[in-house]
Write a protein that binds this ligand. Structure first.
Ligand SMILES: Cc1cc2nc3c(=O)[nH]c(=O)nc-3n(C[C@H](O)[C@H](O)[C@H](O)COP(=O)(O)OP(=O)(O)OC[C@H]3O[C@@H](n4cnc5c(N)ncnc54)[C@H](O)[C@@H]3O)c2cc1C
Length: 391
């Protein structure tokens, strides 16, 4: 199979292999059981913490592993080959949970929250989406007002990953904290980010959604009723909540694209193995040119998707603009995962329709790769804008 290992250094190649081995020996054998039980396996999250996966892209002086964003993406890709839910727990845990606190948190906030988050002993979530605010965060209706030295928060959030696990320590939410008048004279909502510790009175974590896929990943609606947190829980500057979140989202899309690439790779590996083994009409099905060409296309999709996220991630770590590249990577990654899951299921025939088969799980799981962290259409808007079009 084609590898893009020439683009990696020795440490990254080694990390990728370590996480692959962990995925094959620990995650894959349990994936069907956890998918059926629909629960996040905390014992696996603990082992990922011990491997240092949650601290990968952060410097050692804050308790991280001193590697970079490419390394995080490699770990996410390696996990997603066998289980997208486990991979997104890491991807969202780092990209949406830790990155905003590492980047915008005060020293006090970092000292309080980062040690357990980087060690994988705690998980953080980010709540942007609401019933009327998904692709358009301008629709945010959750409010936060200052009452003395406390924020009082009221509203609700939808689809919040990692928000209800036994080790969730906080949810950072976006809320309308006032109004601003732009240079054009237009009045706009002032959006800010505020840290809400888990267990704060008034923060209600609703029941898990009955999702099509990603059964093991923890996703809940949240309701905030008269939630009071100290004024010091403001994350970053007041009024910069949306801008800061967009930056986190741009980065997150690269890891999300790596996740999609891993899913596409997992489908290819399984389908290739089966095409060699399965004998129909007296020969292995892989000897039929149609099946061979299907697998060749699957390989081409994986390679294209991998090169796209690697390019975006390399630009990010080198401090170059990467916004459009991240959207391209997310677009082609999601499409590759969807197409490969469909093709792999077809190659498995009836067995591809059984939930115990990992390609069937990928088939259900892959759909959300075209939705989460910005839909396919939102990626097209970003790419169109990079071409100077309104989008
Ligand atoms: C499993 C899962 C986990 C998630 N985790 C989180 C999380 O941790 N935190 C969080 O904040 N959110 C999370 N989300 C929410 C996710 O980011 C949103 O679902 C996504 O951004 C889309 O928003 P929406 O569902 O409101 O769709 P909408 O914004 O209502 O869009 C509906 C459809 O209209 C299309 N559309 C909208 N506007 C345009 C336009 N101008 N042009 C063309 N097409 C358009 C969209 O592309 C989409 O196809 C999660 C979602 C899921 C399913």
């Amino acid at each position: 199979m084609i590898e893009a290992d020439v683009l990696l250094d020795d440490e990254q190649r080694k990390l990728s292999q370590v996480v692959r081995d962990f995925a094959d020996s620990v995650v894959a054998p349990a994936a069907y059981r956890y998918d059926t039980e629909r629960r996040l396996p905390m014992e696996i999250i603990a082992q990922m913490g011990e491997l240092g996966l949650f601290g990968l892209p952060f410097p050692r002086d804050v308790g991280g592993q001193g590697q970079d964003y490419v390394s995080l993406c490699l770990a996410v890709e390696a996990l997603a080959r066998v289980d997208q839910s486990i991979a997104v727990t890491l991807e969202a845990g780092v990209g949406l949970g830790i990155v905003p606190i590492y980047r915008h948190g005060s020293r006090e906030q970092q000292e309080r929250w980062l040690p357990d988050l980087l060690a994988g002993k705690a998980l953080a979530a980010f709540g942007l989406t609401e019933a009327g605010a998904g692709s358009d965060a301008g629709g945010t209706r959750t409010t936060a007002r200052l009452d003395g030295d406390e924020w009082v928060i009221d509203g609700s959030k939808q689809f919040i990953t990692n928000s209800g696990t036994p080790i969730t320590s906080l949810v950072t939410i976006t809320a309308v904290t006032g109004e601003t008048v732009g240079q054009d004279g237009e009045v706009r909502k002032e959006l800010s980010s505020i840290i809400v510790p888990a267990g704060t009175p008034g923060l209600e974590v609703g029941p898990s959604y009955d999702k099509v896929g990603w059964h093991t990943s923890d996703t809940h609606p949240l309701t905030l009723t008269d939630v009071r947190v100290p004024a010091g829980n403001l994350l970053g500057e007041r009024g910069r909540g949306y801008a800061n979140f967009l930056r986190a989202l741009d980065e997150g899309r690269i890891a999300f694209a790596a996740l999609a690439t891993g899913a596409a790779q997992g489908c290819l590996e399984e389908a290739l193995r089966y095409a060699r083994e399965r004998v129909v009409f007296g020969r292995s099905i892989g000897e039929n040119q149609h099946v061979a060409f299907t697998l060749a296309r699957m390989q081409a999709r994986v390679h294209t998707a991998r090169l796209a996220w690697l390019d975006a991630a390399q630009k990010l770590v080198r401090g170059k603009p990467f916004k459009a590249e991240a959207s391209v990577a997310k677009l082609v990654g999601g499409e590759a995962a969807m197409a490969n899951a469909r093709d792999a299921s077809q190659i498995f025939g009836g067995y591809g329709f059984l939930n115990e088969n990992s390609v069937a799980r990928h088939y259900r799981d892959a759909k959300v790769l075209e939705v989460g962290e910005g839909t396919t259409e939102v990626q097209l808007m970003v790419i169109a804008r990079s071409l100077g079009l309104d989008g």
